[in-house]
Design a protein around this ligand. Structure first.
Ligand code: B16
Ligand code: MG
Length: 225
């Protein structure tokens, strides 16, 4: 089968470009403590890539608290979680960018490949600025109004912006839900993290830094396989 040349790579942010995932979970843990829940570390995997509101719903459901809070109270909980999260990321700088990110972006640019951000996070534009990488992005998906991962909407939004087909796009994700979203969009998925956790990704690497440039080059050219 001949695959298309890749014209767009859509990156997730949290856990792919920088280590903000731990801050999301830390602020969920702190919030849960307020209603006497000790959020199990194993639950983090169910929150990665999932929107703020959907994450709260998952936590409340898991601990049998879904009927405990009114919609108004839930809104306040979301504000509180975000305030804490923003405090935790307020000291982040370009030094917090994962190794290999700039090299990877530079290589993609040299090949004429566009770069988009497909993050579920409303804090993403702020993090792009503090990490000094905004200029690398040809497009940043606005997740507001789009369905949360594992729905493919975020990835499809980027693809449609450039008027491309799924076979011309690659998605890069650290979350189970995120890889599912890329697969549902019909794009090639690169998982970043644990192969057992991200067993449904087309390719999996432990970090951006460990993706060989030769591998990327072959994938972009769309060689026959
Ligand atoms: P915010 P990603 C996701 O970002 C995080 O993985 C997830 O934990 C978080 O709940 C979600 O963003 C929403 O973030 O509260 O900042 O809008 O992994 O898709 O880059
Ligand atoms: Mg992520």
């Amino acid at each position: 089968m001949q695959s298309s040349r890749v014209n767009l790579v859509i990156f997730d942010l949290d856990g792919v470009l920088t280590e903000t995932s731990k801050f999301h979970f830390e602020s969920w843990k702190a919030l849960a403590k307020k209603f006497d829940v000790d959020l199990d570390d194993k639950f983090e995997v169910h929150l990665k890539g999932v929107s703020r509101q959907a994450s709260l719903e998952r936590i409340l459901k898991e601990y049998g608290l879904d009927s405990k809070f009114s919609e108004e109270e839930k809104k306040l909980l979301l504000v509180e979680k975000n305030r804490h999260y923003q405090q935790l990321i307020s000291h982040m700088t370009k030094d917090d960018l994962f190794n290999g990110v700039i090299d990877c972006f530079t290589f993609l640019k040299s090949q004429g490949v566009r770069i988009a951000l497909g993050s579920a996070s409303k804090n993403a534009p702020r993090l792009l600025k503090t990490h000094e990488i905004s200029d690398y992005f040809d497009y940043v998906v606005d997740p507001r109004g789009l369905k949360s991962k594992p729905s493919p909407d975020i990835f499809l939004d980027a693809m449609k912006h450039f008027n491309l087909n799924p076979s011309e796009c690659i998605g890069v994700e650290d979350a189970y839900a995120g890889v599912s979203a890329i697969n549902q969009a019909g794009m090639t998925s690169i998982g970043i993290g644990n192969k057992e956790e991200l067993h449904h990704s087309d390719y999996c690497f432990s970090s951006i830094d460990s993706i060989p440039i030769t591998f990327l080059k072959t994938l972009i050219k769309g060689d026959s396989s």
